[in-house]
Design a protein around this ligand. Structure first.
Ligand code: ATP
Length: 220
């Protein structure tokens, strides 16, 4: 549920303990911009990747830590027969109802936070050259901006975002456009970036851009 991370506090004290010991890189971008694609490539090159969106999926998958609390707060109707959160149903609710969104965040954010810190500590000890925190709404969250040393923004035209997400999630154009409207603007994101990866072309081009970025991050 990428769109609900706006108040995520990444346990600043814990992560700040890593400051100066290992570069802390934030990686963000709008929905469908290519964050996962780039972070996977950086991971293959040896980076320590912590994907908060993936963690959010894990805690709401069957057997996930957030499931009992979500069922209690929102009702069993939001949980499918396998025991996973019905993401489309929850997405619709939290887009319409700010109180529901806050309640969901109260349940999920502390769990995401704990797991983020746990993974970061483990990866830092493993000797990776830098840590990459993939955070969909990093700019919207003031707390993340304070923790990271360097911000990478993945950028592409809005039309590409719309096409990719419609295709990947089987969503309508209007649904994707509504998510885009709720996220920070492309210009705001670009203005905050230390480095921008353009993801307008083919996946091959993205691979070479990720490789260049990796070399750049090794020097931080
Ligand atoms: P979200 O915010 O929804 O989690 P994201 O920013 O992590 O998305 P990805 O999942 O990496 O974005 O990419 C979105 C979709 O677009 C995926 O299906 C991915 O395979 C595809 N994609 C990403 N980059 C390209 C590209 N350069 N060319 C073609 N398809 C791409």
């Amino acid at each position: 549920m990428a769109s609900t991370h706006s108040n995520l506090d990444p346990a600043q004290a814990d992560l700040k303990a890593l400051k100066g010991k290992i570069p802390l890189i934030g990686l963000t971008g709008g929905i469908g911009s290519g964050k996962t694609a780039v972070s996977n490539l950086l991971g293959e090159l040896g980076a320590g990747v912590i994907d908060t969106d993936l963690i959010s999926h894990q805690i709401t998958a069957p057997g996930g830590e957030a499931i009992p609390m979500i069922a209690k707060a929102f009702g069993d109707d939001f949980i499918d027969s396998q025991g996973a959160l019905i993401r489309s149903k929850m997405r619709t609710l939290v887009f319409e109802d700010i109180k529901a969104r806050e309640l969901l965040e109260q349940i999920t954010h502390p769990l995401i936070q704990q797991e983020t810190v746990k993974q970061a500590m483990k990866l830092a000890k493993s000797g990776v050259p830098y840590l990459v925190f993939v955070v969909p709404l990093l700019i919207e969250s003031g707390s993340w901006v304070k923790v990271i040393d360097y911000l990478v923004v993945i950028d592409c035209p809005e039309e590409s975002q719309i096409q990719r997400v419609m295709h990947r999630n089987n969503m309508t154009r209007v649904e994707v456009e509504n998510i885009l409207k709720a996220q920070t603007s492309r210009n705001t994101r670009l203005a905050a970036a230390n480095s921008v990866i353009e993801n307008e072309g083919k996946l091959d081009e993205l691979k070479s851009a990720a490789s260049k970025l990796h070399q750049q991050l090794l020097k931080i």
